[in-house]
Design a protein around this ligand. Structure first.
Ligand SMILES: Nc1ncnc2c1ncn2[C@@H]1O[C@H](COP(=O)(O)OP(=O)(O)OP(=O)(O)O)[C@@H](O)[C@H]1O
Ligand SMILES: [Mg+2]
Length: 107
C-alpha cells in the first residue's frame, strides 16, 4: 500500500533524510519514531507529496506521489496537532475521517 524506497532529501549541504526505505501493507499500523531532527517531518512531507524528494521513490496504493499526485493523495488522510478538536471528538476520529470529509492535507 505504501512503498518508500531510498528516500532522500537535502537542503543545500544539509542531509535531512538519507535513504529511507519501508513498506506498509494494507491494515498495518506503523509507528514512525525518531529523535528531534531525525527527518520524520521531512519524510512525511515527501511521502504526502508536499515537497519533492531529492532522490528515491514513494508509491501510495501503486500511484507514484510525484507522477500521479492526485490519485495518490486521494488515498491519504493526515491528522496532526493543528487538527483542532476536543478530546471527545478526537476519540471518535480516525485518519479515515478527513478523507471522508475531504479535509485538505496540512502540516
Ligand atoms: N526547509 C529546511 N531547510 C533546511 N533544513 C531543514 C529544513 N527542514 C528540515 N531541515 C533540517 O532537516 C533535519 C530533519 O528535520 P525534520 O524536521 O524532518 O526532523 P523531525 O524528525 O521531524 O524532528 P522533530 O522531532 O523535532 O519534529 C533537521 O536537521 C532540520 O533542521
Ligand atoms: Mg517533526
Amino acid at each position: 500500500m505504501i512503498k518508500v524506497k531510498n528516500l532522500k532529501k537535502t537542503f543545500g549541504p544539509k542531509v535531512a533524510v538519507n535513504g529511507v526505505s519501508f513498506t506498509v501493507e494494507k491494515g498495518e499500523v506503523l509507528g514512525f519514531l525518531g529523535p528531534n531532527g531525525a527527518g520524520k517531518s521531512t519524510s512525511m512531507r515527501m511521502i504526502t507529496g508536499f515537497i519533492p524528494p531529492t532522490a528515491g521513490e514513494v508509491t501510495i496504493g501503486g500511484h507514484n506521489i510525484v507522477d500521479k499526485p492526485i490519485a495518490a493523495k486521494r488515498l491519504i488522510g493526515y491528522l496532526n496537532q493543528i487538527y483542532m478538536i476536543d478530546d471527545d471528538e478526537a476519540r471518535k476520529l480516525s485518519a479515515r475521517k478527513p478523507i471522508e470529509n475531504k479535509v485538505p492535507l496540512g502540516f
